[in-house]
Design a protein around this ligand. Sequence first.
Ligand code: BYC
Length: 315
Amino acid sequence: MKELENEDPVKLEEFQKKIDAEQKIEPKDWMPAAYRKNLARQISQHAHSEIIGMQPEGNWLTRCPSLRSKKILLAKIQDEGGHGLYLYSAAETLGVSREEFIQMLHEGKAKYSSIFNYPSPTWADIGAIGWLVDGAAIVNQVSLQRTSYGPYARAMVKICKEESFHQRQGYEIMFKLSQGTAKQKKMAQDALDRWWWPSIMMFGPHDEDSPRSALALKWKIKRETNDELRQKFINRAVGQAELLGLTVPDDELRLKENGDYHFGPINWDEFYQVLKGYGPCNKQRLDNHKKAHSDGQWVREAAIAYSKKQKDKAA
Ligand code: BYC
């Protein structure tokens, strides 16, 4: 493999043996440059997704239908911010600073999940995000708890516990709406119609079109393929939609003999358009992030000055 041409073959073999024996790789251990680079990319993009992912839900904080739902949504969004921070910390152990990761995001050199470029026009969208988007994220992240890089795997354990509460929060909203008036049920169905396919796309391209998968699987950065995880998610979500009395917007959906659901073709043109920056909300999401980052500059400066003062006092 081209990425491994300059690596010491003995070290490489030892590294692979460790991975095969399910030992974790820790920050100070030797690792191939391509492992470090791919991990830093994936973890930082995961962190960006958590932080940008606060925006579609943040949009509803001032308009929650009750104080209870507001408190729950506020806690969920704060959790997402916390996930972003653990993940930036895990990524920084690979030798790149958080500031550099954020700069890459702002310059369009780093991605965040495609899913957060869709709008959330109704309260039912908050239900669909929790149910489907967090539901998809859990399937992926449960698998990542076994990733080979120690700091990433440990961050995932805590994140997964919180995500399952998030998923239930969303499902509860969908349940209430689908048990409500005809108008409320229609609102829930409309949100399912809009979020279903983008949630399926979250798992990334089909395995044969996923350039990163081969090495990521060999090095156990990813433990299951994009298609395996997507299938797990669909198998779960279809039954959950049935319980809600809602219809999954896929005419081809049918249960196969092996217990998996067959599903219709995914619109990859839409996916790649969103990745290129042409989704419905890409510009708005990134502009908001840049503004928040710039507005927070004085807070970061004050925090650094304060900690310097404390250190000087102690010296
Ligand atoms: N969106 O070779 P592939 C959350 C890119 S947030 C955008 O399969 P890989 C939450 C991919 O980056 C949870 N880009 O790549 C927060 C690559 O491009 P680059 C987010 C995507 O990395 C708030 C190219 O396509 N979860 O839970 O092996 C509220 C080729 O793909 C996407 C994570 O980030 C996409 N959907 O596999 C609610 C999980 N898919 O970078 C909820 C961690 C693919 O080479 N990440 N691309 O230019 C992963 O598990 C993997 O990175 C992926 C992709 C499965 C996403």
